[in-house]
Every structure is written in C-alpha cells, then in structure tokens.
Write a protein that binds this ligand. Structure first.
Ligand code: CTP
Length: 404
C-alpha cells in the first residue's frame, strides 16, 4: 500500500471516531491519506484529529479557497488510487446511488475512476430498511465494494447489524483492492455458473445446491480486469456483475447450446456451473398426480466441458471445477485428464466455510503436469483473481509457443 493515495471520506455518524484509527493505520502503512469530511462528520470529530493523524489538511468545504490553483474535487478524484468511506451513513449511500454531488466527498467520488470501498454504519433498522438495502445493491452492481457492518450493540442502544466493520477488516479490504489484478484486456471469456434445473413436470424439477457465487465472482473479477465477459447462468438470486453479459438458462441442454455457440469466439471457457449429470427421460406435460406415484427414468446430459475441450483450438483455455465430498485430489485429477483441461480447481464441498452457499472458498489447483497449488481460505473474489492470474500466465505461455 506504500505510496498509494487514499481518499478517506468520513460522514456524520457516531462511528466517525473509529475512522481516526483507519486514518492512522493507513498513514502507518505508508499511504498518502487525504481526509474529506462531510459537514455532519465534523459534529462528531474535529477535522484537527484527522489532520494530525494524516499529516495533511482536511477538506470539508467544497468552496473553501484552494491552497493552490486547481479544482479541488477533480484533483482529489484524479489523485486517488482508492476511496474509502468509513463510516458511510444511509444519507451518503443514498446520494451516491442517485449520483448527487452536493458536497466535496460525493463530488470527488463522482469525478473519480478509482475503486470505492464503502463501510456502512448506522442504526440496525435504518440499515435493514429496504431503501438502504436497495441503494447498497445499486452501488454493488455499479462496482462499489461494500464492507458489511457487524452485528452487535449499537450506540443508540439497539442490537443488530449496523456497527462499523472492524478497522482491520476495512484495511484488509483496501489492501485487496489495491493489489494489481490480472490483465485480461482484449480477452473474451465465457463463464458458466449456478445450478441447472431438469424438469419432471410443469411444477417439479431436479436441481442441486449451487448458488452460483464462485462463477459470478469469476465473471465480476474478469470484467473488472478488462475482459469481455459472457456469463451463461442457471437460475440464481445473484445480481449481474457490472460489465457482464448474462445469458440465463435453465437446463443442462440449454446451457450446452449457449456455451457451444459462443465457444469459438472465446479465449477461455471456465465451467463453474454445477451442471446436472442426469435428467428425467420424459417430462410430463401435465402435473403428475401423487396418487399415480412417481418413478423417474433418468438419462445422461451432455458433458459440456468434455465435449468442448475436444473442439478447442491450441490458443483456447478450458478450466473446470471439481466439487467433491471425498477423495478430492484423485477425483479432480481424473476429471482434469478425462475432460482434457488446462487446469482444474478442486474444492471440498463438505466444509461449511468453502462450500456452495459461502462467500469464501479454499481450493487446490491441479495441472496436467501433476503440479498442485493450494489456495488458502479466502473470499471467492480473491480466489477468482488467483484463478485469472493463472489463466493469464498460461495464455502468455500458449501464445508464445504457437507458430507465428
Ligand atoms: N460439467 C460439464 N457438464 C456436465 C457436468 C459437469 O461441463 N454435464 C463440468 C462442470 O461445470 C465442472 C466439471 O465439469 O467444471 C466437473 O463437474 P463435476 O460435476 O464435478 O464432475 P462430473 O464430470 O459431473 O463427474 P461426477 O458427477 O462423477 O463427479
């Protein structure tokens, strides 16, 4: 983080005093910290506190006479490597969702291309209010990063979510955002995510527990790092990541058709979807009445990855996932070989912190030459970045080895 310019936006909530610890920690990490306070924040903590901790003037008033001749919010916006808002009140979140720019902080954010990290802190009813949640969803979709507040005792006497996230967690998240990602400029990537549903009749289907989180994280990270991303997704509740083209599918066959058509144009195919291996041989047009009983005859679906790997050109990469409940490495190695993959990402789904419905994952990357790399427990976004980094290096090697 050393040498990075970080704008620390402090807004008017009781947690403003905790921002002092963040300013101090960022300064100790060698960052150039520029604190921007809203007028409301100055009622909780004096600008002098931040001025002393950051060793720089603190800006509150957008119209204060500038020290040297530049347009303050624009020069701050351009200088920023990262903008952190901690604490972020419901008010500033709403202003950002609307694109308002009526103070130095919101004007700076609107004028900046730097990543923005928002750490909300407020009363739990306010935080859970649908208006606030909707605004946070909007911001997430636009690529803002949110550090969720913690649950616990709140200054107003209530208990619940709304406490500012731990300053160490905010710094950790800032570090992550400042770590250079893979360079996927010019890449066309095809990613699959989520479960498929295989119909039995008009109301019933067979599916699995996949939530799509890992695939969506891969799509989001790829788009943020310059790739053109097509995400072929089974049914999920996840918002479409910014810059990603989502193609919704339901069955394994629909997924196969969509992926097959798009594969020739892709530089990389990452199959993170949990594709059903079997489907009912017949789908009843009418709802099956329970009195009749139900015995299903099943048939195999196409193995999308195995089928497309056979057609892949030497400049294309295919990456698979192996979600296993036993013999992780042996099963993953077998799939790597059988599906002729460039590498496979294996994870143990019996774990509670690295399974389907979690925000975190811990995986082993297996290569055709027998190498195994362990990626320790981390946010799915970080695992996604690590996977893309490997894909980036692999593509460089592939292109270098191809005849000119
Ligand atoms: N996959 C696929 N098409 C299928 C099934 C799986 O493309 N019909 C892909 C998955 O997206 C994943 C990889 O193949 O990237 C491994 O999937 P997994 O379900 O773990 O393995 P299977 O081949 O289905 O083998 P098994 O059911 O025996 O574990």
């Amino acid at each position: 983080m050393t040498g990075k310019t970080i704008i620390l936006g402090v807004t008017g909530g009781i947690a403003a005093y905790k921002a002092a610890e963040i300013a101090s920690s960022l300064t100790r990490h060698g960052c150039n910290v520029k604190v921007v306070m809203t007028e409301g924040a100055t009622h909780f903590v004096a600008p002098l506190t931040f001025q002393t901790l950051s060793r720089q003037p603190v800006v509150v008033d957008m119209f204060a006479a500038p020290k040297k001749w530049d347009v303050a919010h624009v020069s701050y916006a351009q200088a920023a490597d990262l903008i952190i808002i901690a604490p972020a009140t419901a008010n500033v979140i709403a202003k950002l969702a609307l694109g308002l720019a009526d103070d130095m902080l919101t004007a700076t954010i609107l004028a900046s291309r730097a990543p923005v990290l928002i750490a909300p802190a407020m009363n739990s009813n306010m935080y859970l209010n649908p208006a606030v949640q909707h605004n946070l969803d909007l911001l997430r979709q636009r690529g803002f990063q949110i550090v969720e507040p913690e649950s616990g005792y709140l200054a107003c006497g209530d208990r619940g979510p709304g406490r500012l996230a731990d300053p160490d967690k905010i710094i950790e998240e800032a570090q992550r955002l400042l770590t250079p990602g893979p360079d996927l400029t010019g890449w066309q990537v095809l990613i699959t995510a989520g479960p498929t549903r295989e119909p039995i009749d008009p109301v019933r289907y067979i599916s699995n527990r996949s939530t799509g989180r890992m695939g969506y994280a891969l799509a989001s990270v790829a788009a943020l790092n310059g790739a053109q991303v097509t995400l072929v997704s089974g049914p999920t509740n996840l918002p479409v990541p910014t810059g990603v083209k989502r193609i919704g599918v339901v069955t394994a066959e629909e997924m196969y058709q969509e992926v097959k058509t798009r594969f020739p144009k892709a530089n990389a195919l990452v199959m993170a979807a949990a594709v059903a291996d079997f489907r009912p041989k017949r789908c009843s047009q009418e709802k099956i009445k329970k009195e009749k009983g139900l015995v299903l005859e099943m048939e195999r679906t196409v193995d999308i990855l195995a089928s497309l790997s056979k057609e892949k050109r030497p400049d294309q990469i295919t990456i698979g996932f192996a979600a296993e409940s036993s013999d992780l490495i042996a099963h993953a190695q077998e799939k790597l070989k059988r599906k002729r993959l460039d590498f496979i990402v294996a994870n143990d789904i019996t774990r509670t912190d690295a399974g389907f419905a979690t925000e975190t994952n811990e995986v082993v990357v297996l290569w055709p030459d027998g190498r195994q790399e362990h990626l320790p427990l981390a946010a799915k976004k970080d695992i996604a970045a690590a996977i893309w980094k490997r894909a980036e290096n692999l593509r460089k090697e592939l292109l270098a080895s191809l005849p000119k």
